[in-house]
Design a protein around this ligand. Sequence first.
Ligand SMILES: NC(=O)c1ccc[n+]([C@@H]2O[C@H](COP(=O)([O-])OP(=O)(O)OC[C@H]3O[C@@H](n4cnc5c(N)ncnc54)[C@H](OP(=O)(O)O)[C@@H]3O)[C@@H](O)[C@H]2O)c1
Length: 344
Amino acid sequence: MLYQLSYQFILLSIPGTLPKYQGAIIPHLFAERKNKAKTFSPKLFRKSFHLSPFPLQRLFINSRRTHLFLPIINYMSEFFNNKVVAITGGSEGIGRALVDALIPMGAKIATCGRNQDKLYNLQVKYSNHLLHSIVADVSRYDDCRNFIHSTIETYGGIDILINNAGISMRALLQDAEVEVIRKVMDINFFGTVYCTKLALNSIIERKGTIAGVSSIAGYRGLPGRSGYSASKFAMNGWLESVRTELLDTGVNVMWVSPGFTRSNIRHAALNSKGYPQGESPLNERDLMSSQECARQILRAIEKRKRTMVLSSSGKQTVFMNKFFPSLTDKLVKKFFYKSGELVK
Ligand SMILES: NC(=O)c1ccc[n+]([C@@H]2O[C@H](COP(=O)([O-])OP(=O)(O)OC[C@H]3O[C@@H](n4cnc5c(N)ncnc54)[C@H](OP(=O)(O)O)[C@@H]3O)[C@@H](O)[C@H]2O)c1
């Protein structure tokens, strides 16, 4: 425990290393302590700052150990108080963590998903709060219209739209049916197009924010995820165009790019035949938590960032791919394949 506290002290002493969280430090250290006994080692220290000399070998992965060095603090901000925030896919994973973080801040939330039971659970948990939830599949224009229009009817308008709903895939192009790629595009890309277009006038009126939850896969194509990468590249390019169109309106258009984050996304990822693969090829416990991811997304929205890559390994990947693309091809392949087989 002393070692962990001294790490925190070191971190706190380095200007600019910490996000400007508000609130009080909670005894997160104790929870982590229960999971794994830690002893000091220079390797551990280096890893926690992602200073590996071979950053891409640790591609996108935020070690769980990182949490030992961050003061896990409840992110609270006045900024979201009374704001109407529409989040697609708020019943699970990162979207759910966004809802959980925003409700205590006094935001008026609207969310959607395909599965009624998951939304019902959410509604039960927040029965005394301002939460509007509706079953909607964002790949269908009519569902998006119901979601956005009912949100505007309920709250009078929309300040912030977070295009979060998304699915992934895991199948090599040689095996994958084309429908798999189309489905991923329909949800991840066209879902963003439909909801943004439908909410646009209200967001312009309120000089609000349009955000997309993209991915590192939107900067660097990943094997086995060709449709997913395509959908996120498309989302980034589309939002960049819209951002430019809206520059003088007071609306901020942005996208954030998480690395691997603990959630249901890999279980739900489509296999070559278009069915959920039902397992994760990664050790989920080692990934960034959805809560941490949500905190960073909300900070980026509050600061009206243009884009944000959420992890240092993600930033390294984006950098490497921009300046050393051929080398990055090899490193990415090495990360995802073993003995010629796609294993991640
Ligand atoms: N987790 C990661 O490693 C990671 C990394 C980078 C980016 N992201 C992005 O983060 C976003 C959220 O992913 P997650 O990891 O939180 O995934 P998740 O745990 O699987 O949650 C996805 C959410 O989206 C909803 N959803 C899925 N398809 C939908 C559709 N067609 N219409 C409406 N809602 C739909 C799901 O509810 P229903 O199933 O009930 O519809 C669920 O609430 C995605 O855009 C993903 O690409 C995730």
